[in-house]
Ligand binder design. Sequence first.
Ligand code: HAM
Length: 441
Amino acid sequence: MSDMAPPKGTFDIIPFCPNAEDIWKSTYQWNHIESIIRQITTEYGYHEIRTPIFERTELFHKTTGETTDIVTKEMYTFQDKGNRSMTLRPEGTPCVMRAFLDNQLQQLASVHKFFYLAPMFRYERPQAGRYRQHHQFGVEVIGNGTPEQDVEVIDLLYSFHQRIGIQNIQLCINSLGTPDCRAQFRNALRGYLKDHFAQLSRDSQTRFENNPLRILDSKDLGDQELLKNAPLLSEFLSSDAKNHFAQVCDLLGELNISYKIEPKLVRGLDYYNHTVFEVMVENIGAQSSIGGGGRYDGMLKSMGGPDLPTVGFGTGLERLLRTLLLQGTMENTRQVPFVTIIPLGNSALKYGMRLSKELRQKGVPISIELGQRKAKAAMKIADQIGSQFVCVIGDQELEQEKLEIKNMGTGDTHPLSLIHVEKEIVNLYNAYIAKGTKNAI
Ligand code: HAM
């Protein structure tokens, strides 16, 4: 161990993790989930966007919101050498909007569908499932304000979670209506809570002035009790907002996506309106929310851009991978060599290196013993690295033009003729892939 631990709330993603509870930090698991993200976003027609890891601080003040936890407490903000205030991106949504405007993408199409896969930084108190650097898969759609667009976004998130193998998914949805509906509700909620101000938790007392809707999110049991008789947001929705939400619910049913309407769901960011949603799973510790998002029409306009509707989600890879591990549904994605070639002696080494190169060029993952170890020691290493087969090559094998390949799982051996060795190994490998056992150990 070095005496330089990584910063609190961060961790390394490494190929092999010595502790079973850390397997979700294996590069192979990350590569696997990232490849599913690329596949599913292609299927849904979303295009990748990459923005800088830091932005001007005012971007988040203007968009994420002055009263949010992110902006008030959690941003990694620093002065650069030019004395400008910069912030490590705490969330992707404002960055994508900024990039959209800066690159004048509105000229290119009427609807834009973006996805990103990127690290985010929030100075939060680290605990299970909560990190100071986390990675999000997010999507943002610009230019379509219909309920069906909300449903496509929710469906993409839901299908992605299902495809990677998450169990017991619970989708909670709500409508926040238009800013007008919310303003009326805010007044009514304030009116109700005013009489109970002294009983509110300290956090909620602060929110009472700045952002009373966030009180609905409160985990405090006393607050929750008080809220039981509070007015409901749904009572303040305009008929258009009600219609929009009813269509979202109807279409979710059409796609067999089960959901629960959660009247108190507001989400922790200031910019949402109409549909908001959150995906929860049970039993993953303190942080049971694995993804969330909603509609945030108005953000582009508030940034000086066109008044285009916008909707999206973010889902955290750390929480997804931990959930898969806790639910026992994590696949074995470790990449292993198909054959380890063990040359004994100089001529075998030259032959083995040539053969390895040719097989690798044909796409077969090969490991070759390069430490001139004895057969037994080299076999042990082949076993440790999970090699499917080994092929020991000595002078005798070369003279007799006959090789043998041994299945490390079953102990069975197959004879190979030296002239056809390359073709035979390629065929064997293709048969393994066809059976879907490429990565099996
Ligand atoms: P968010 O709910 O703040 O939304 O974050 C989205 C997801 O990121 C969470 O559900 C969680 O899985 C993960 N996450 C957030 N903070 C942490 C953390 N400290 N450690 C580990 N995982 C974390 C947004 O960020 C919005 N930009 C989503 C969105 C996109 N809304 C519209 N478009």
